[in-house]
Write a protein that binds this ligand. Structure first.
Ligand code: ATP
Ligand code: ZN
Ligand code: MG
Length: 302
């Protein structure tokens, strides 16, 4: 690839993504979406015998559940909440005048019942909690959601709105740890089949502020998070395309998800960054999917 032109500009030039004028907010071409759906099928084939159910979420979740998640405590810099106009005729006139004058018109915007989903598994936990105690086998859910993170970037791999496909395991400590180890292996197996260079490494989430740095260090020390990284952007560090997370019983306690014996459930999830994996495939196999290696094509298109 031409090193003079950034990967993002190449994606625009090739018509794979379309610029919107806002970093991290792109329209996807049919070719890009086809790769994502093929990858999702491929990923689903690895866990289909184990899952207890599948769900797809809208890009927003209940604000109260978002509050319960602790996201504003840990990652306030990334969060997005939905606000809407709730004023009177008089307020509306003020709004229109402010807009016309190019002034701040957000004063009459009030919070709604909706937050943008920051991580695909968050909307699942309150749904499970409402069902009462888990069965002995726990829960094993395949899900997908659009996510929002306020992190505009020129790197195409860091979008503001993107999709995660996840498998989530909820149950005992043993069930969730075994799940996480299995998927660490399976994730690498998937990447071998798709002929993408990769490594798995211990990682931490970008907890906010000074206290956050300590939380990140402790997360690493306890090896709660691993990432599968692939070189995608030129010259930069390799990009996390999958993550393998063990939350202990933190979410079980926060949302009151109970194991069969009534104790707080443990949770673990494996997240596939769908846009990042598609970008990794374009990066390593070229912009023309018809010219991808036969083995990769047959894994994805059958
Ligand atoms: P990074 O360290 O690169 O910011 P992350 O640790 O925030 O990644 P997770 O929170 O574990 O990532 O999210 C699960 C998966 O979602 C990631 O492995 C990645 O593939 C994808 N992902 C995360 N943030 C973005 C983003 N801004 N744009 C596109 N995909 C993303
Ligand atoms: Zn998750
Ligand atoms: Mg991040």
């Amino acid at each position: 690839m031409d090193a003079q032109v950034s990967f993002l500009d190449q994606l625009f030039n090739q018509g794979i993504l379309h610029d919107s004028g806002v970093d991290g907010l792109y329209a996807r071409s049919a070719a890009f979406e086809d790769v994502i759906s093929r990858f999702e099928e491929f990923a689903l084939s690895f866990g289909q015998d184990e899952i207890s159910e599948a769900m797809v979420f809208p890009p927003g979740m209940p604000l109260t559940d978002f509050e319960t998640s602790g996201y504003m405590k840990n990652f306030p810099q990334l969060a997005g909440t939905v606000h809407a106009f709730c004023g009177s005729d008089h307020d509306h006139m003020g709004l229109i005048q402010c807009m016309a004058a190019g002034e701040d018109w957000s004063e009459s915007q009030k919070k709604t019942d909706v937050a943008l989903t920051p991580a695909a598994c968050y909307p699942l936990y309150p749904i499970l909690a409402r069902r009462g105690r888990l069965p002995e086998a726990g829960a094993y859910v395949a899900l997908q959601s659009y996510c929002f993170r306020n992190e505009p970037s020129k790197e195409p791999t860091r979008m503001q709105m993107f999709r995660q496909r996840e498998y989530v395991r909820v149950g005992t400590e043993e069930q969730t740890i075994e799940f996480r180890e299995t998927w660490k292996q399976r994730g690498q197996e998937m990447m071998r089949i798709l002929e993408l260079p990769h490594e798995v490494e211990v990682a931490n989430d970008p907890f906010f502020g000074r206290v956050g740095r300590m939380m990140g260090a402790s997360q690493r020390e306890q090896e709660l998070k691993f990432e599968l990284v692939i070189p995608v952007n030129s010259g930069a560090n390799p990009t996390a395309c999958m993550s393998f997370n063990y939350h202990m019983d933190n979410f079980g306690k926060a949302w009151n998800i109970q194991q069969a014996d009534g104790s707080p459930a443990h949770t673990a999830c494996v997240g596939f960054g769908l846009e990042r994996l598609a970008l990794a495939l374009f990066r390593h196999h070229g912009f023309d999917v018809n010219a991808w290696p036969n083995s990769v094509r047959s894994a994805l298109w059958g």
